[in-house]
Design a protein around this ligand. Structure first.
Ligand SMILES: [Zn+2]
Length: 317
């Protein structure tokens, strides 16, 4: 069995939010195609993402939030026969279809199963190729393509259920992980480090002042070398001081220079470099434990190449 897990599920392809929406099922194909074409899939342990339980998701979200999502999903199912609406719209970017609820539970379930497997020593690390993404999902609110915050659920689970004293969440998506911040701000067991394009959607982050947040806003057109410098200057010292027993990654690839949703200038090599730096921290403090979950990344070619570079680094091949 390979030490790097690859969690996914076909249900994660069935969630879609309408024609032309950038957060589309083909994103998962883009990553898998690159893993297959490069032969990297042979170096991974492929695993089915289970369904998370509501009890587990409630570690990071309110019962009301989950009941509201579930209610919208049930309404779509009931009205489908009668020719009802195909989508339940939450905001202009974010909608459920009839299959979204199971995709949401698989996304969180992948992060939780990966956490269990890594904690048990069955895997050293894992990548969860799941959608919908999670890092904009707040405790009480779905937004920005996100419904349930997979990484925050897993980080809370690691400290509550596996009794870890310190974990870290690293978010390299181009957008600020406002949902993760909403859930973990002030919980000093969880250190969150991120960079994000600013000013930009979702227009938060720079005002936050909790001790456990290292938010680094960067202007549009920042390139990979500047990002590497901030990782070394601002992330690594805080990670080393925190000594996380496990590292969670919100792996968005929309800071890639070919991604038109944003204007940063990263390339595949930068994602490999960041991953290797995090693996060094994980080797020193975390018994190599890393669980990484897909967030953004909307140029399909760049997403496939960047996802491959990230997973290749995790697998060390
Ligand atoms: Zn993003």
């Amino acid at each position: 069995m390979s030490k790097t897990g690859f969690y996914t599920h076909r249900d994660c392809r069935k969630h879609e939010m309408g024609p032309g929406h950038p957060e589309c099922p083909e994103r998962l194909d883009a990553i898998e195609d690159r893993l297959l074409a490069s032969g990297l899939d042979m170096a991974l342990t492929r695993l089915e993402a289970p369904l998370a339980s509501l009890d587990e998701i409630e570690l990071a979200h309110s019962r009301m939030h989950l009941a509201a999502l579930r209610g919208l999903s049930d309404m779509l199912v009931e009205e489908r026969e009668a020719g009802g609406p195909r989508y339940a719209t939450i905001d202009p970017d974010t909608a459920l279809n009839v299959d979204s609820w199971s995709a949401i539970l698989r996304g969180a379930g992948a992060a939780l199963a990966a956490t269990d497997a890594v904690m048990a020593g069955e895997l050293e690390n894992a990548f969860c190729a799941v959608r919908p993404p999670g890092h904009h999902a707040c405790r009480e609110k779905a937004m920005g393509f996100c419904f349930v915050n997979n990484v925050a659920v897993a980080a809370k689970y690691a400290v509550e259920r596996h009794r870890l004293k310190r974990v870290a969440i690293v978010d390299f998506d181009v957008h600020h992980g406002n949902g993760t911040e909403d859930i973990v701000a002030g919980d000093n067991r969880i250190l969150m480090v991120s960079f994000y394009q600013h000013p930009f959607y979702p227009h938060g982050g720079s005002q936050s002042n909790a001790d456990n947040l290292v938010n680094v806003p960067v202007p549009a057109y920042t390139k990979g070398m500047a990002i590497r410098e901030l990782v070394d200057m601002l992330w690594i010292p805080r990670l080393e001081a925190h000594k996380p027993e496990m590292i969670f990654i919100s792996a968005g690839f929309d800071a890639h220079r070919e991604d038109d949703l944003a204007q940063l200038g990263l390339v595949e090599e930068d994602y490999a470099w960041i991953t290797e730096r995090l693996m060094e921290v994980a080797r020193r403090y975390s018994k190599r434990r890393i669980v990484s979950c897909l967030e953004g990344g909307y140029n399909l070619s760049a997403l496939g190449r960047s996802g491959e570079a990230h997973v290749r680094a995790l697998a060390g091949v």
